[in-house]
Design a protein around this ligand. Sequence first.
Ligand SMILES: C[S@@+](CC[C@H](N)C(=O)[O-])C[C@H]1O[C@@H](n2cnc3c(N)ncnc32)[C@H](O)[C@@H]1O
Length: 284
Amino acid sequence: MISDQSKNYFSFYNSFKYEYFKFFYGKRFDKFFELIKYGTIPRPNYALGILMAAHQAKELDYKKISIIELGCWNFEGLIDIENYIHDIKKFIDIDFNVYGFELGTGHIKEETNPRNRLYELSGGDYTFKKKDNLKKLQFSELVLGDVKDTVPKFLEEGHLDEAPLGFIIFDLGFYTSAKNALQLLNSDSKRYLPRSIIYSDNNYFVLKNEADKAAFSEFNKEGGKMISPIGELAEQLSVSWNKWIFLGKRMYMLSDLKHEKYNINYEQKINKLINSSFSVTLKR
Ligand SMILES: C[S@@+](CC[C@H](N)C(=O)[O-])C[C@H]1O[C@@H](n2cnc3c(N)ncnc32)[C@H](O)[C@@H]1O
């Protein structure tokens, strides 16, 4: 089921194409990827993150991965995530744990750090309202409270030991919250894929010393794993659908060079589906 919020971005023609895919081509990786590439389905950025993570994990022989959304507002992102997992499981045999971290009362009111962009955002923005959405969730687990408290507890409980992090969405708004949530990426290598996928929604008009960007750059300065942009992802995808020119720049990989599976070679199916001449070069 697609969320009500996403349905606002789903034209009749595109929803027909999605139904057509499900009926005739539901088991085909390449056909699902086309829906992402051409921006046919809503939140193609979420679908891409889940697909990239599932593909990498399957190739590296993981049985289960975790998908995390940080900041869920009315839980419509989680509804869409569950929907795309349902699609992807038809052609990639892998299991998922899904977690949504949410405070419920919108951005924290007491925060005054200038990196939080208070000139645009305010405490209390995005308070949870659409209560009925909770009934639409089928298997996501909600982690309720301030990430400052819930993230350390979540790590302590060892959830990522059972299913390493495949894809994480940062949509908390404030720098302070993103900074606290980043502890999630700082744990033992075994709790991640060699290159877990990250999406940061916080980009439009965001300066380098603010919000997720500032928190990510501080994380990278600590050494260890690196949050890296993905070379040419936005540009190559934008040849097929122009909005990828900015959506693609919100996607990163958590590169963990010390990961025991970093060097394992496998077919880079998604690269090839984005740019078919990539494989032609290899064949020469
Ligand atoms: C922009 S909204 C998320 C929108 C959602 N991802 C979507 O696509 O519909 C930001 C959310 O982050 C939550 N939030 C902000 N600071 C938080 C914190 N420190 N801990 C947990 N949740 C927080 C807010 O309550 C709000 O619901």
